[in-house]
Design a binder for this molecule. Structure first.
Ligand SMILES: [Zn+2]
Length: 334
């Protein structure tokens, strides 16, 4: 019944005129295809510096192109290339970045970043005969979510008012090297970045239940007020913004947008959050984190919800209050 209703909305809106809150046809199937590809044994656990990471980057870039995103640069296309030290050598990696220009003549100069890391930890000690750490939930799921958001928002008849930068970061498992490189070499002015919404572990729905997520970092802002006003009309709910301890805030790429460099303790004051659909951290970095364990229907519903939320936020004043005192107390002075 629900599907028939959605399909009729899409038909009435002429498919190309999809609204942000609609599920684009085939989203769950796309998410499944992308996660099975990124987390396949052939990708050997997407270790930084490996040829498989280049294959993964090409794959993500192709979807960004299909979604109609503009490339990061005229010279390097969707890739932001960088090197980072590893074992006395320089390891070459790349972030994958695409842009959806805002539809408002003024707000298009401001940015919302939707990010996820696509690297994982490669091949390690075998457990029960399996040595490939596929990294399906961590973080093929977040990467696929960002890819699906690119397709969904890219298909909207009227694009979001602010510009959206879609970023698939490498180097996260080495200590957020990709996102820290982006922040140190930004392609957009950082003082115009209003928000980073980062995606990690979106494939598991058993722990919190369907249509629920946790948000890290809200303890430093009043973003929950804005979320509450949007979620009043949504089937999706933020299960708890405070349940996640502040320490988890620094466990993903969102942290790079809040603090310029861990050692420097320089605050950038960009409200940056990681959205997760689980609080079961037992699956992280296990050989059993595989594509067949994920709930693609729930992920597709999350994409539809998040697309609507981002479209809403892209038109909002987004005067998110940053509580420096709370940040100092829980993060900088840990
Ligand atoms: Zn991760």
């Amino acid at each position: 019944m629900k599907n028939i209703f959605l399909i009729s909305i899409l038909v009435l809106s002429g498919l190309t005129g999809a609204k942000a809150q609609d599920t684009l046809p085939g989203t769950a199937a796309n998410l499944k295809t992308w996660c099975y590809f990124l987390a396949s044994d052939d990708m050997k656990g997407r270790k930084n510096g490996s040829p498989e990471m280049k294959t993964a980057a090409d794959y993500i870039a192709a979807v960004f192109q299909e979604a109609g995103l503009k490339p990061y640069s005229a010279e390097t296309g969707y890739f932001q290339e960088y090197t980072t030290p590893r074992n006395n050598t320089e390891l070459a990696e790349r972030n994958v970045i695409g842009i959806l220009e805002g539809s408002d003549s003024l707000l298009k100069y401001e940015w919302i970043i939707l990010s996820a890391h696509f690297d994982h930890i490669g091949i390690r000690q075998p457990v029960n005969g399996d040595s490939i750490y596929n990294g399906a939930d961590d973080n093929a799921s977040g990467t696929a979510t960002v890819m699906a958001l690119a397709k969904t928002l890219g298909a909207m008849h009227v694009k979001p008012k602010r510009s959206i930068l879609f970023a698939a970061f490498s180097g996260e498992e080495m200590g957020m090297r990709g996102s820290r490189w982006f922040v140190a070499h930004p392609s957009v002015p950082l003082d115009k970045v209003k928000l980073d919404l980062n995606f990690e572990m979106e494939g598991e729905s058993a722990t919190l239940g369907k249509n629920k997520y946790l948000l890290t970092g809200d303890i430093f802002t009043d973003f929950d007020d804005l979320l509450d006003s949007y979620n009043k009309n949504s089937t999706w709910q933020c299960a708890d913004v405070y349940k996640t301890p502040p320490g988890v805030f620094q466990a993903s790429d969102n942290a790079a947008f809040a603090v310029k460099h861990e050692a420097e303790k320089t605050t950038l004051n960009i409200p940056a959050f990681t959205l997760v659909t689980t609080d079961d951290m037992q699956v992280i970095h296990k050989v059993t984190d595989e594509a067949q364990n994920m709930d693609y229907e729930n992920m597709a519903a999350l994409v539809a919800y998040t697309a609507g939320l981002v479209n809403f936020l892209a038109a909002d004043p987004l005067a998110i209050h940053w509580d420096q005192e709370a940040f100092d107390k829980f993060y900088l002075k840990q």
